[in-house]
Design a protein around this ligand. Structure first.
Ligand code: FES
Length: 83
């Protein structure tokens, strides 16, 4: 999320600044990256339940993605609505 905000990626609102309290940083991890971004915590799933766009199996809160060198080139898709 921080990387997207720094790069002015449209559609990543991140109203809560990454404290997992808004779900406006919702992204869908591209199928090619499935299983390579870690797993959602129960708290993250609870917040994704409140997201404006449908929660899918590949939904993540981008503020909870910890980027590593192995994730260089990660592709995510942004929902049409964030709030
Ligand atoms: S920035 Fe608010 S939940 Fe991710």
């Amino acid at each position: 999320m921080q990387t997207a905000i720094s790069a002015n990626v449209p559609g990543i609102v991140a109203e809560c600044g990454g404290s997992m309290a808004c779900a406006t940083c919702h992204v869908y991890v591209d199928d090619a990256w499935a299983g390579r971004t870690g797993t959602r915590s129960e708290s993250e799933e609870d917040m994704l339940d409140c997201a404006m766009a449908e929660m899918k199996d590949n939904s993540r809160l981008s503020c909870q993605l910890r980027l590593t060198e192995e994730m260089d080139g990660l592709v995510v898709h942004i929902p049409e609505e964030q709030f």
